[in-house]
Design a protein around this ligand. Structure first.
Ligand code: HEC
Ligand code: HEC
Ligand code: HEC
Length: 379
């Protein structure tokens, strides 16, 4: 009876979580789910429930989807594993010890560099080193039970037989992080860093990721415009020594404007020395930030990261309205106000507070004119 109750409660919880997920179907109001700690009773779980736990870890705490997604092409798609694994194991470059899907997934998570899928290695490593972190380390820190749940989910996803067992030797309850639920913007930079997985790749806010640059003293060498752009449009200017496409390009879609500004302010204030990481990075030469003399509205908009949210010219942002024909719909006064006071007049079907209210402070009068003229001409 007790077990039955637990299972029922768990199912109810899952249903609640999944309906939250489906509410997230509308991209313009989709905030990223921050990890929420949740105690799960492994002892009374069915395989179906265990698989569902694996799914939540992949999308949440595991940060797997930051890299393994169709958008960035940064890592192979995990839904193809069932068909690609036999090929990997037969590859003459394969030097690992895996013999089947389960052991291959496990090895990929614990020792990513044992075998690097061709074309996905760290830049300059000739596919000998994987950019993927060991998922038991650093900020990801998956437990054995969590790793088994991930494998169960990946096997199930590909339609293969689930061969892992639900751990019983493990403590009856294990902590699984990864529930989506976010009523509003996160309040501190540390919460944002944790919630969005920045620490999986960066040294920042006490986290020790090593995939991207150390950010513990980033404020000494970069200004806030640069930092904002680095988050909204990671590929606009790629940090020296790193390949493009590694930093997720989804944060523009996920972060609340307030969260973005908090992060930028936090990084701006991180100048090393007494930082909790104790690491002082050699300040890099600041990126060439000369305002282009020949700047036009289009270049200015790209430079200010508008393309993270809007579609126009080469940009494909999808969080805000498509601006590619905006001149036919809106006059210059409207456009000027939309940029200076985004919340004064919210476009139909969009939420307030998504468009950053920062441009009035950032753009010179001349830059604003250039942008408004450019937009008014898009017909
Ligand atoms: C920082 C980016 C990154 C993160 C985070 C990441 N991976 Fe990877 N992963 C990669 C890359 C790049 C490769 C391909 C290179 C290689 O073979 O190691 C890869 C390879 C793999 C492979 C082998 C794929 C194949 O086609 O053979 C598996 C399985 C895998 N990852 C699972 C995971 C899981 C599960 C997680 C989350 C717990 C995860 N990864 C998190 C970047 C990442
Ligand atoms: C999957 C790994 C990954 C994640 C997650 C990630 N980044 Fe990055 N980030 C990188 C890499 C790699 C670079 C260097 C290449 C580039 O500039 O795009 C980078 C570059 C940056 C830079 C520019 C640093 C410089 O010296 O120019 C900033 C700032 C930054 N990231 C902030 C963040 C923040 C804030 C988050 C979380 C909201 C985050 N990153 C999440 C991988 C990541
Ligand atoms: C973080 C996402 C984001 C960024 C970055 C952003 N916008 Fe927006 N923008 C939105 C959203 C969402 C809306 C619709 C809600 C509203 O009206 O505030 C919007 C609305 C607009 C509108 C009004 C469109 C209409 O049809 O009513 C204009 C014009 C505009 N943005 C221009 C810009 C320019 C120029 C920049 C860069 C300087 C920029 N935006 C940067 C998200 C963004």
């Amino acid at each position: 009876m007790k077990n039955f109750l637990k299972v029922t409660l768990f199912s109810l919880l899952l249903i609640a979580l999944f309906s939250l997920y489906s509410n997230y179907g509308i991209p313009e109001i989709q905030p990223a789910p921050p990890p929420v700690e949740e105690k799960l009773d492994l002892g009374s779980m069915t395989m179906e429930q265990f698989v569902a736990v694996g799914e939540k870890i992949i999308n949440g705490k595991g940060t797997c989807m930051l890299c393994h997604n169709a958008v960035g092409g940064r890592a192979p798609l995990l839904e193809k594993l069932v068909t690609t694994t036999p090929e990997r194991l037969q590859d003459s470059r394969y030097k690992g010890e895996a013999t089947d899907l389960e052991s291959y997934i496990l090895e990929s998570m614990l020792q990513p560099s044992v075998y690097v899928v061709a074309g996905f290695g760290k830049a300059g490593s000739n596919d000998s080193e994987s950019p993927m972190p060991n998922v038991t380390g650093g900020a990801i820190d998956l437990s054995e039970a969590e790793i088994s749940a991930v494998i169960a989910y990946l096997q199930d996803l590909g339609g293969a037989e689930v061969t892992v067992e639900i751990p019983t030797g493990a403590p009856v309850t294990d902590t699984v992080q990864a529930a989506p639920a976010k009523a509003g913007p996160l309040g501190t930079a540390e919460e944002i860093v944790a919630g969005y997985g920045c620490g999986a790749c960066h040294v920042i806010a006490g986290q020790t990721g090593a995939v991207g640059p150390d950010l513990s003293a980033i404020g000494a060498s970069r200004d806030s415009d640069y930092l904002r752009r680095a988050i909204l449009e990671p590929n606009a200017e790629v940090a020296e020594g790193y390949p493009p496409n590694l930093m997720p390009t989804t944060y523009g879609a996920q972060l609340y404007a307030q969260e973005l500004e908090l992060l930028v302010a936090y990084m701006q204030a991180s100048v090393g020395g007494s930082g909790e990481s104790g690491q002082v990075v050699k300040p890099e030469t600041p990126a060439d930030a000369t305002p282009q003399a020949e700047a036009d509205g289009e270049a200015l908009m790209i430079q200010h990261g508008c393309g993270a949210c809007h579609k126009f010219s080469s940009q494909v942002g999808a969080i805000g309205p498509d601006l590619s024909g905006i001149g036919a719909l809106r006059d210059s006064d409207f456009l000027r106000r939309a940029i200076l006071e985004p919340n004064a007049d919210i476009s139909d079907g969009y939420m307030p507070n998504l468009m950053p209210p920062v441009y009035a402070a950032q753009l010179s009068a001349q830059e604003l004119d250039l942008i408004v003229d450019y937009l008014a001409g898009l017909k």
